[in-house]
Design a protein around this ligand. Structure first.
Ligand code: HEC
Length: 177
């Protein structure tokens, strides 16, 4: 038994020593360029999925309709587009410099527009709470609860927005709030 404990302590000790040496020697990437470390993406995904459990059950306090989308589009242009880009726009300097890269929420990836395949509740959770160490801010303090729902409903329906909302998002000059 004593040998097993000793082996365990030595094993853990060796890992700690090597991990510390790796970090002190500058092996741990700090700059935003470059690829993720092995397992970095997997661990971040597992942690995020655990935090998101139950968010599917959250329901908006109003209907998803044109008025809600237009209100959400105003929020999107003012607070999100700098990182997540407008429809048809390529990422600007801030978006290009972030790690991980912010997804373009009106672009199609594998046949899905942005996060329209996620529930509005899941997006609401992410917008309200943010995603630590990614650049994705939590908007709990900066936006009202209604505004967070409006932008979440907009993104849920990003693949089927009425023309008025598409035009508003595409307008070169932002309309006044
Ligand atoms: C300063 C940059 C920045 C701003 C501003 C920002 N985001 Fe993000 N956002 C990010 C980054 C980076 C990620 C990627 C996080 C990750 O990979 O886990 C992200 C992720 C997300 C996701 C999850 C995407 C997915 O694939 O699951 C949603 C939804 C989202 N943001 C919505 C918004 C909304 C809505 C706003 C505005 C109210 C906003 N973001 C503002 C940087 C930003």
């Amino acid at each position: 038994m004593k040998k097993i404990i000793l082996g365990f302590v030595l094993g853990v000790g060796t890992i700690v020593v090597f991990a510390s040496a790796f970090i002190v020697a500058g092996g741990m990437p700090v700059a935003t360029r470059g690829n993720p470390l092995p397992l970095e993406r997997l661990i971040a995904k597992i942690a995020l999925n655990a935090a998101l459990r139950g968010s599917d059950q959250l329901v908006a306090p109003f209907a998803a309709n044109e008025a809600a989308y237009l209100a959400g589009a105003k929020v999107y242009r003012a607070q999100c587009a700098v990182c997540h880009s407008l429809p048809g726009e390529s990422p600007g300097p801030i978006a290009q410099g972030l790690f991980p890269k912010p997804p373009r929420l009106f672009a199609e990836h594998h046949g899905v527009v942005g996060v329209s395949d996620d529930s509005a509740g899941e997006t609401y959770w992410k917008v309200k709470n943010g995603i630590r160490l990614t650049g994705m801010p939590g908007f709990e303090k900066g936006l009202t609860d209604d505004e967070i729902w409006q932008v979440s409903l907009l993104l849920k329906n990003a693949d089927k927005l009425p023309k008025s909302v598409q035009d508003f998002l595409a307008a070169k000059i932002p309309a006044s709030p």
